[in-house]
Design a protein around this ligand. Structure first.
Ligand code: MTE
Ligand code: HPA
Ligand code: MOS
Length: 783
């Protein structure tokens, strides 16, 4: 719990201190209240959903008679029962609450059934008789590309003449590479509880990263004003991007049931339904051609990214944009063309996932750098280094933003040394020379991740602070808590500003009734933006208190100083609470809002030019793995991570974010495999078939550090940096370490073609493929 900062005086606990997550003890004891733990209001109905049986079909008829007559059923609702708009799409349109006529993925929601118990609702949902005219689905990226099936126009980002530069280069390297998707696997599934009030008003308790969007979606669906809907979220049991938009549909269904019946209604998806009905990380296919010189320096590069967006646009435009923004990662591309295709398929619409397309773009560039190295026969780390962003003119991104805060070389040199990369490289080579079956591999990968929503207007945040007459503080802001520690960090910022102990600050649930018109807690910007907004609110109250105290005690304003739970007014000292009491009697307002907008950012999408990011976050990781070339199994032996959180607001929480993100990134690229059946159904919809990393996958030797000298060049709250997403991409080093180990099978002569995720099956396939190619070239040599 709250830990003293070491000073005998001083406050407990301001910024830059390691403080436990405010709910850590409640998470482990089970006392933290998630929506399904809330006492159920009397008369509450439980909502379950009917799902389509085909990925692409027209509904001829839907007979719901048996559903309506099933035990305990109160009501069944379809598209025809929606009084407002049957769409919860976050940007444009295309995400219906209930299918009207055209089914676009298998598992799409056809209707909702509300019953007295969840069991009754689920049983009833299966009794529908639906007749379809089955249509031919498009399921894969390849099919979508062949049919030019897109959710939006393809985009191009370019500088210079890549084609020409590639033609003139000494070497040409071309390749094709597949990147799998990922399920969010938050521990708490999608859930909403809608409680009716007077005049049709509704309060919705929803597990969402975006309460405002849920409020708007529900009001559109119900055809009422936003002011009739209040959305509240105290915490999520994980979001990871999966609750940036995906909760709206189920919130709308619960709201509709509540509105029509006048009874409270809860919609909670079980794990299988959640995995089938909600979007995931986009899988990608990458094609590239790059021209390099003898030491692997890039002269020109063309990258083509094709993403599987699923059946609707949803957030895919911004996600695919972010993929383009990160397909340079840390490398300067003098001549570059990046093309992005947004493929429409008859699968669930893919959505935000930690990294938001940036992860896939970055993996593409890391893969290309790895391939260049294997082609020119140099260590991948060396080839990475010669291509790093550097001084002008080698400091401009493909979208014409200058990288002003470049610390790539520094961070890489640090971890290269601390991990003994080169010594271990030699040890591994020696091991591999004498070990025919087991092979080791090592990889160092850097990360540069752009911070800000690339949709510039989203970069705004608000906060609300009340100080009560006893000096205790009520803190609220538009950010949501999903386990990342945002609430703790913002409370630290406010404690620091008022110079009072953090236990005087009450952390409260996010509510659209307190702070309106918020953006999703996403793009890793939660603490940057809500921390700044809360700080501004606290400063407003503080300046009122300062003016009051100066007048009351007849001193200059600069003689009023807040420090260590006290206020110094000239020679007087009083407790914060005593000053508050006086200020109240003096009729000073003790409540304030704060509003923050990120400065400096702008972007012209039509020209693919601007400064979409306020700044970059950096990191680097070294992973070492051992693979078994007979089974394809592997183990991560050691990982050294170094990550830049600027001047960390809370090093303990940030360290946890780095560790968790790395393991989640490793899971994405090594073991989490989504599999669709030929009929378009998701085969992997439960932990029995979908494998996520567990405690035993964390390497026994795990060395994680925050960059001690870190300091944000930009004026972000207390010079910190965003941490939520960037370290996920440190997991790329595990993938490339596996690839390095496979390459050892051929003594580095040939490059293994390894797609992500590198499951044991994929590793074995890559090993066999490499052996096959080796024997062919040996046979050729013998001829
Ligand atoms: N950490 C935990 N424990 N749970 C989560 O759901 N989501 C990640 C990251 N870290 C997540 C997490 C994602 S996708 C983002 S965008 C950020 O947290 C959002 O929070 P922040 O902006 O406050 O960092
Ligand atoms: N990141 C996360 N969520 C978003 C973004 C982004 O850049 N843009 C719109 N929603
Ligand atoms: Mo995070 S993918 O921006 O919610």
């Amino acid at each position: 719990m709250a830990q003293a900062n070491g000073n005998s005086e001083g406050i407990r606990t301001g910024v830059h201190q390691s403080l436990a997550h405010d709910s850590a003890h409640k998470h482990v004891s089970g006392e933290a209240i998630y929506i399904d733990d809330m006492p159920e209001p009397p008369g509450m109905l439980n909502v379950a959903f009917g799902m389509s049986d085909h990925p692409h079909a027209r509904i001829r008829s839907m007979d719901l008679g048996r559903v309506r007559k099933a035990a305990g059923v109160a009501i069944v609702l379809t598209a025809a029962d929606i009084p407002g708009r049957n769409d919860v799409a976050p940007v444009t349109e295309g995400d219906p609450v209930f299918v009207d006529k055209l089914v676009e993925f298998k598992g799409q929601c056809l209707f909702a059934v509300a019953a007295e118990t969840m069991e009754q609702a689920r049983r009833a949902a299966r009794l529908a008789r639906v007749e379809y005219t089955v249509l031919k689905p498009i399921l894969t990226i390849d099919e979508a590309m062949a049919k030019q099936s897109f959710v939006g126009p393809s985009q191009v980002m370019k500088r210079g003449n890549a084609r020409k530069a590639i033609g003139a280069a000494r070497h040409r390297v071309a390749g094709h590479f597949e990147i799998g998707g990922q399920d969010h696997f938050y521990l708490e599934g999608q859930i909403s509880l809608a409680v009716p009030g007077e005049d049709g008003d509704l309060t919705i308790y929803c597990s969402t990263q975006h309460p405002t969007e849920v409020q708007q979606a529900v009001s559109h669906v119900l055809g009422c004003d936003s002011n009739a809907i209040t959305v509240e979220v105290r915490r999520m049991g994980g979001g990871f991007g999966g609750k940036e938009t995906q909760g709206a549909q189920f919130a709308a269904a619960a709201a509709l049931v509540a509105r029509v019946t006048g009874r409270p209604a809860k919609a909670r998806l079980d794990r299988d339904d959640d995995m089938i009905m909600t979007g995931k990380r986009h899988d990608f296919v990458v094609d590239y051609v790059v021209g390099v010189d003898d030491d692997g320096r890039i002269k020109g590069i063309e990258i083509e990214l094709a993403a599987r967006c699923g059946n609707s646009l949803e957030l895919s435009a911004a996600i695919c944009d972010r993929a383009m923004f990160h397909s340079d990662n840390c490398y300067y591309f003098p001549n570059v063309t990046i093309t992005s295709h947004r493929c429409k398929t008859n699968t669930v619409s893919n959505t935000a996932f930690r990294g938001f397309g940036g992860a896939q773009g970055m993996l593409a560039s890391e893969e290309i750098l790895d391939e260049i190295a294997r082609h020119v026969g140099t260590d991948p780390l060396q080839v990475r280094k010669v291509n790093f962003y550097g001084k002008s003119p080698r400091d401009v991104t493909p979208y014409h933003m200058t990288v002003e805060d470049n610390i790539i070389a520094k961070i890489v040199a640090d971890v290269e040394k601390s991990s003994s990369y080169w010594r271990r490289r030699r040890t591994i080579d020696a091991f591999n020379a004498t070990s025919p079956v087991l092979k080791k591999g090592i990889a160092l990968n850097p990360v540069k991740f752009g911070i800000s929503f690339t949709t510039s207007f989203l970069n705004q945040a608000g906060a609300l602070i009340h100080v009560y007459t006893d000096g205790s503080v009520h803190l609220n802001h538009g950010g949501t808590e999903m386990g990342q520690g945002l609430f703790t960090k913002v409370a630290q910022v406010v404690a620091e500003e008022f110079q009072i102990d953090i236990d005087k600050i009450k952390i409260t649930a996010t509510s659209t009734g307190k702070v309106p018109n918020t953006s999703a807690t996403a793009a890793s910007s939660g603490a940057d933006m809500n921390g700044a907004a809360a700080r501004i609110a606290a400063q407003t109250i503080k300046s009122r208190l300062t003016a009051f105290a100066a007048g009351h005690f007849k001193v200059e304003r600069n003689k009023v100083i807040f420090r260590d739970n006290r206020v110094h007014v000239g020679r007087r000292r009083m407790s914060f609470a005593d000053l508050i009491q006086l200020a109240y009697l003096g009729r000073v307002s003790l409540s304030a809002t704060g509003f923050y907008r990120t400065p400096k950012i702008h972007y012209d999408a039509a020209k693919a030019r601007g400064r979409p990011f306020y700044y970059f976050a950096y990191g680097a990781a070294v992973s070492e793995v051992l693979i078994d070339t007979l089974t394809g199994e592997y183990k991560l032996l050691r990982a050294d991570l170094l990550h830049d959180c600027g001047k960390s607001l809370n090093p303990a929480i940030d360290l946890g974010q780095v560790e968790g993100a790395f393991v989640q990134g490793m899971g994405w690229l090594t073991m989490e495999e989504l599999h669709w059946n030929p009929d378009g159904g998701l085969a992997t919809h439960a932990p029995s078939t979908y494998k996520i990393p567990v405690a035993s996958d964390v390497p026994a030797d795990f060395r994680v550090r925050l960059l001690e000298s870190g300091r944000n060049k930009e004026n972000v709250v207390h010079r910190s940096k965003a941490v939520g997403e960037p370290p996920l991409m440190l997991g790329i080093s595990v993938f490339h370490a596996i690839k390095d180990a496979i390459a050892a099978v051929g003594e580095g002569q040939l490059s293994p073609g390894l797609n992500a995720p590198a499951t044991p099956e994929e590793v074995l396939r890559a090993v066999d493929d490499l052996r096959h190619r080796l024997s062919l070239s040996a046979a050729e040599a013998a001829e």
